[in-house]
Design a protein around this ligand. Sequence first.
Ligand SMILES: *Cc1c(COP(=O)(O)O)cnc(C)c1O
Length: 406
Amino acid sequence: MASIPLRNGTGSDTECLLIPNRLEQLNIQTPDTAPPHRCWAEIDLAAFERNLKRIQASLPAGVSYISVVKADAYGHGMPQMVRRVLQSGVDYLAVANVHEAADIRHMGMGCPILILSPILPHEDQFLIDYDATATISSLEEAQRLNQLAVKSGRAIQLHLKIDTGMGRLGVWHSQASALLQQIAQLPGLILKGIYTHFSSAENDPAFTELQRERFLAALPQCTAGLLIHADNSAGIQSLAIASPFNAVRIGLLQFGISACLNTADAQIPVEPVFSFHTRVGLVKSLPAGTDISYGRSYRLKRSSRIAVLTAGYADGVPVELGNKSQVLIAGQGCPILGRVTMDQTVVDVTDLPQVRAGDCAVLIGQDGDAEITTSQFSHAAVTIPWETLCSITKRVARVYISPREL
Ligand SMILES: *Cc1c(COP(=O)(O)O)cnc(C)c1O
């Protein structure tokens, strides 16, 4: 982890500790103050902690917060995020698979972990080894896990998932009560929760309401002691009334990104945690009429100065951004010229004569008064913020920023 030199007016380190958001100090990115990487993501831990608190504060009393930290905590780094989540008093974690659950157990964390994806037959034993909670959608899965539990003398915990219209995992809602009765007969299984998943909470309130109604109708008479959950980020953001269930599963919103297309729905104020940075590797002048990059998809209209950035699609800069989007250098938008390549991206810096090799460029985040949000970046790349975060590759260093950790 790179430590970033930070100096305020007096140069005192103690005063630096009081700066609420170190990113403010980094708005002017120069080779002297930025970490020594070619391409990196800054993760603002203090902003993440504030988001967790705000989400917690928005939940009605008695509603549990299941923090979804799958896919390396949406590319932010699972161990660092999980530590903050648990320190913030969140009681439950959810991940995609047993391998992610094992990573959390290897950190020494004993909290309940719900696995959201199906357990493959060859992974069943991991549920016992890592004390994780399975999601099941069928009698077949229940019988298989029950057999293992009975054979090994260790009960397996599970949540039953109900398909109320997502058309993916879960038992179809009209068959849920029959499956619940069958599960109750299996001695090796302990039912800990029942849940469903919304397909369109961010933009279709009527269908979401139908899903809620189907879910309510499929629940057993007595749900005492069970976690009953439906809402994801978009669910709690778009919900005018308090969630009628006793838990929520929150992923994206924790990272300060609205799941809703209509920001008017974003009732819970959160702030960005993630920013994406690279540097200028080369600056040069080219004559008007020169074609830029593979496929010659851009031709310079004027004699230009171009900067070749040290990030490409192997870092997570989508090819789709070529000729469509900008990066920020010295607080100014610089258009991306031609096709993004594996390791480099060309931008126009004709109007920024001061730009030199080594200077910083912001792909996502703030730079001076300018900002490119993850949502804007994703929109330009014809994708969604979830995919953008998961597409930032291993080659990109994650730099953690926190006033308390200086
Ligand atoms: C990923 C996931 C979530 C979290 O979704 P966000 O939109 O990121 O809040 C919730 N529930 C399930 C089943 C998921 O797979």
